[in-house]
Design a protein around this ligand. Structure first.
Ligand code: FE
Length: 168
């Protein structure tokens, strides 16, 4: 009888440990997704709210890090003066003075408005180091490369669909 009870206890302990292990794993999985869902940013919406607010293409780029088709997007060749704000939260991102012709088919800037964007910093969190996202809502905008023009030498290659242009 005692042996059976001891065995039952062992099984219970094993089940408990397995539960803790599974719980830890699921927590880590959620933590990896936390930034893409906007946790930690000033402007936050639930995934469902983002789906309701954004068009399918905006959602695909801003919330799922998709990439639009080059030369067939709204602003790649836009030469008007004004500013570009985030299509997700209307945060100020870029001004036309820093836009340049890159030949890539995507709107390209050599700089951004102060506090407009931030770069991905940790591959373990699903960000590549050259990933560019909105500092206010975390929405994915595009990537930055070091083959841009002076004065920064940087090329912020941004999806039009992640932007709203406001003529000034
Ligand atoms: Fe934003």
């Amino acid at each position: 009888m005692n042996t059976i009870n001891t065995q039952k206890q062992r099984i219970s302990i094993m089940k408990f440990l397995l539960f803790i292990f599974a719980f830890t794993l699921s927590f880590l999985a959620c933590a990896q997704n936390s930034n893409s869902s906007g946790v930690g940013y000033s402007y936050q919406l639930s995934d469902q709210q983002w789906k309701e607010k954004l068009s399918d293409e905006q959602y695909s780029v801003l919330r799922r890090k998709g990439t639009e088709i080059p030369f067939k997007n709204k602003y790649w060749d836009n030469k008007k003066s004004g500013k570009y704000v985030c299509a997700g939260c209307e945060h100020n991102l870029f001004v036309s003075d820093t836009k340049f012709k890159s030949g890539t088919g995507w709107p390209s800037f050599f700089s951004f408005i102060e506090n407009g964007v931030e770069l991905g910093v940790d591959n373990n969190l699903g960000y590549s180091r050259n990933e560019v996202h909105c500092k206010n809502c975390g929405g994915h905008l595009g990537h930055v490369f070091n083959d841009g023009p002076k004065p920064t030498g940087l090329r912020y290659c941004i999806n039009s669909v992640a932007l709203i242009f406001i003529e000034e």
